[in-house]
Design a binder for this molecule. Structure first.
Ligand SMILES: [Zn+2]
Ligand SMILES: [Zn+2]
Length: 391
């Protein structure tokens, strides 16, 4: 076992206790006040310079090394989700309807453990490490606010990670280039003319129009995007009507787009608008299409990825390093990686034997806490590598 892993192992009780404490007390995006206070207290104890209240509840701690060198940004998200927990764990959420179902409790614990590991060696550390604890990753764009408020300024490299229940604990995934997709959300509002279900010829039926639009949207990826590129369009909501014998006056649906390239994003958006407008015209309805940009793809820098892959393979022979990992899920960490060359990597966290295989955002989501040790070891070794050698 490598020195990094030994060290992370020693700190496992600390790592686990932070994770379980946060798991019991989850907080939604921009409301992470208890979480932020805990983080600030821990970082201050280690002697870091701490700034709170960035992007409302964000915390930034700076660890200065004993020698000159680059500034490394290490980012950890800290928000929970509006989900009622059903794990039955001893450390289950005590807040009704709020749950750490994505593993961000583990990310904060890994971040604080990494800070401990590096703070105890700060005399040998070159440059400085900026620990960025970000609020509101789950669709509220906390990263964009942190970046606007200067959290990424002056950084030479950036690292971020996600615990990943799609893969077992012991697996690590990274890849150069796009590793997570960009995402937009769209809403379509259709106005027709309501009336009695018995006399549809006296109405303009927005449900039939909406159904045709949703069917037609399925052709965009297959007919308008090159087969060599990747895109996803999924409709996640369709609302219309109340009574079974009434044709309503309006219908509304919406969904998400996923893409790795801005060109694909633009083409899908353009086609959604024209398919919906054309169908509405043919069906005699009025339509409004709204597309909102969420995040760009998370793109890993090739050189930094190469350096990290090398360190991971060398220092963690017990882990399986997968250098071709990619997902259509999205992340606002793109806001940091767009500005600072860096790497976003995945830390496998499932355990089949123990039934810890539920997907992220499931009410029974939980992970193998061994992944906390792997996460801290990998993050600390990654930061050390970027601090100490020239690219
Ligand atoms: Zn999530
Ligand atoms: Zn997440």
């Amino acid at each position: 076992m490598s020195e990094w892993m030994d060290w992370a192992n020693e700190l496992f009780p600390f790592n686990q206790s932070i994770r379980r404490d946060l798991h019991q007390h989850p907080e939604l995006g921009f409301q992470e006040t208890r979480t932020a206070a805990l983080i600030a207290r821990q970082l201050e104890e280690l002697g870091l310079e701490v700034v709170t209240g960035i992007a409302e509840t964000g915390v930034v701690g700076t660890l200065k090394g004993g020698r000159p060198g680059p500034t490394i940004l290490a980012r950890f998200d800290m928000d929970a989700l509006p989900i009622q927990e059903e794990t039955g764990a001893d450390y289950a959420s005590v807040s009704p309807g709020v749950m750490h179902a994505c593993g961000h409790d583990g990310h904060v614990a890994i971040g604080l453990t990494t800070a401990r590991m590096l703070a105890s060696r700060k005399e040998q550390l070159a440059g400085q490490v900026r620990f960025v604890f970000q609020p509101a990753e789950e669709g509220q764009g906390g990263a964009f606010q942190m970046v606007e408020q200067g959290a990424a300024e002056g950084c030479d490299f950036a690292l971020a990670l996600h615990l990943w229940n799609d893969r077992p604990a012991g697996w690590v995934g990274l890849r150069e280039g796009p590793v997570m997709a960009g995402a937009d959300v769209f809403k379509v509002r259709i106005r027709g003319v309501g009336g009695h279900g018995a006399v549809p010829h006296q109405t303009v039926d927005p449900i039939v129009a909406g159904a045709q639009m949703i069917t037609a949207l399925q052709t965009i990826v297959s007919r308008n995007i090159s087969a060599l590129k990747t895109g996803v369009i999924s409709v996640g909501a369709f609302h219309a009507g109340e009574a079974l014998n009434v044709i309503p006056a309006a219908a509304e649906f919406g969904g998400t787009l996923r893409f790795f390239e801005p060109g694909v994003q633009a083409r899908m958006g353009e086609r959604i608008r024209s398919v919906c407008q054309g169908t509405a015209q043919a069906m005699g309805c009025e339509v409004e299409v709204e597309i909102e940009e969420w995040t760009q793809a998370v793109v890993n820098d090739a050189t930094v990825t190469g350096r990290l892959e090398m360190v991971f393979r060398k220092e963690f022979p017990e882990l399986h390093v997968d250098a071709d990992c990619q997902t259509m899920a999205s992340e606002d960490a793109s806001a940091f990686l767009e500005r600072v060359p860096g790497v976003y990597f995945f830390v496998g966290s499932a355990n089949k034997e123990r039934g810890l295989t539920y997907s992220h955002h499931h009410p029974r989501f939980d992970f193998d806490e061994q992944a906390l040790t792997y996460g801290a070891g990998l993050m600390a070794a990654g930061i050390w590598e970027l601090s100490h050698k020239k690219s």
